[in-house]
Design a protein around this ligand. Sequence first.
Ligand code: SME
Length: 160
Amino acid sequence: MYNSTLSDIKEILKLESSPALCLQQICTSIHKQLPAYDWVGFYFMNHQNRKLYLGPYEGDPTDHTIIDFGKGICGQVAVSGDTYMAEDVNAESNYIACSLNVKSEIVVPMYQGEKLIGQIDIDSHQLKRFKEEDEAFLKAVNTLIVEQYPDLPRYIESLF
Ligand code: SME
């Protein structure tokens, strides 16, 4: 499942199109293929004002389109640069709820070389949904995207 989804993502990236379109198709593909990946989206970093900006996503619309560094799971990953797996979001002291249905969450940072530029965020309606294999899969997704789009920062700036 992870491998077949990665193959699909490679195909999506091969087709020449804009980062916005590709990222949207990647969210849709992951959301459709991975069980209990109920919300799939990208946040990108604005290092100047220390805020995350929502990019393409698949799932219910969220009010949290801009998140301060340090706030919630996403904001914590913006500061730490490390993956965060919340097995039970209700047990988290620094968490921003998007929907009462969400039970667990994983956020995996996206690096361009040494620079932290964004993250992929997945919400699940299932408790303890995410394991190391999910982290490995999502890291691979982020790497494929960064390799395909060396000028991703230009797209990211268009979100601010
Ligand atoms: N739950 C996240 C906020 C983003 S939504 O999940 C889409 C957080 O705590 O940072």
